[in-house]
Write a new protein. Structure first.
Length: 342
């Protein structure tokens, strides 16, 4: 079996430096378990903190993976500020059932740091700007995720967001000076062996993969949305608050949402203030699109890496393919990355 050895794989007992992004309502138990069986870190998408959903999908992940050694969970931090019951549930499990890692994104992780540390769970913090790194280190994060604005779903808006290509090496340099033991993952635009290899060359210890695994057999994302993604190139996404308004999601600034730029999005993307002022007709149109599975109106969550997606195999096949491609590209860097062939 082809492997890539990095600090991230050694820390979490993985065979490839890949983590599943904990995508709300997409990264369920089946997908997390499939990633874990393929040698990656499978993070269940606890998202907005729905207790019943988190319990069901986390238990399913552990049962299917047969162990919690490569299973974790992720939550939206500002939503935990409103209701942390799902977090409390997962941290309150018996020690042999607790997640290997817990990822927090979009908010200050420090109020939760003590209870996560006391549970013996590794903390992963996703950040979008260098100025957020110090608070994550203060919280005791074992891993920082540098999320570029290319990423699908929620992230930093266009005014404040960073590009993965420049953010990762700058954060790698900062960590080398301020917290050299902290691991770094790249997120945003990672969808094949080329982008995995590029992230490692930029100084990351691994990658967090969302959009590419969102389009997989085990994903909970609607098949119609995945099918549309496979016919869309990287020009066909947009980052805006449109779908948050339509979905009645009250996200704080400066975060917004990247999805496929479908006809309903295009109708409103230049009229955000008007949509906020009177959203009801557009919401009814969106809701009907969801009911009908019509993704010209309903949203399909995907990042700029959608242009690299041309099929929908199992997560295991995707991770093996990505790893093998990266090994071939990094072959000359054997001493740095510890590449092991079959």
């Amino acid at each position: 079996m082809t492997q890539i050895n990095t600090r991230f794989t050694r820390h979490f007992g993985l065979s490839t430096p890949v983590a599943l992004a904990p995508m709300a309502l997409a990264s369920g138990g089946a997908l997390a378990a499939a990633c874990a069986r393929a040698g990656a870190l499978g993070l269940v998408g606890g998202g907005y903190g729905d207790v019943a959903w988190t319990q069901r999908e986390y238990k399913a992940a552990c049962q299917s993976a047969l162990t919690t050694d490569r299973i974790g969970c992720g939550f939206i931090t500002w939503k935990m500020d409103e209701d942390a019951r799902a977090l409390d549930w997962v941290l309150g499990l018996p020690s042999d059932q607790r997640p290997k890692a817990l990822m927090l994104s979009f908010g200050d992780p420090r109020p939760y740091a003590r209870r996560i540390a006391d549970a013996g769970v590794a903390l992963i913090c996703q950040i979008q700007r260098l100025e957020q790194a110090a608070a994550a280190i203060e919280a005791g994060a074992s891993v920082l995720v540098a999320q570029g604005a290319e990423a699908g779903g929620h992230g930093m808006n266009a005014l404040n967001g960073r590009s993965t290509l420049t953010f990762v090496p700058e954060l790698a340099d900062w960590l080398a000076d301020h917290a050299p033991e902290t691991l770094l993952l790249a997120a945003g635009g990672i969808a094949d062996g080329r982008t995995l290899a590029a992230a490692l060359m930029l100084g990351a210890d691994g990658v967090l993969v969302g959009t590419r695994l969102w389009a997989s057999q085990e994903s909970l994302a609607p098949v119609g949305a995945q099918d549309l993604a496979m016919t869309t190139d990287g020009d066909g996404t947009a980052r805006s608050p449109v779908f948050d308004i339509l979905r009645r999601k009250h996200w704080p600034a400066p975060y917004d949402f990247r999805a496929l730029r479908n006809p309903l999005h295009r109708t409103w993307e230049d009229r955000i203030d008007a949509l906020r002022a009177d959203p009801e007709a557009a919401r009814a149109d969106y809701d009907e699109g969801v009911r009908q599975g019509d993704f010209t109106r309903a949203h399909a969550t995907a990042g700029e890496a959608v242009g690299l997606i041309h099929d929908r195999p199992s997560a295991g096949v995707l991770i093996a393919r990505m790893t093998q491609e990266a090994v071939a590209l990094l072959g000359n860097a054997h001493g740095t990355f510890g590449l092991d062939g079959p």
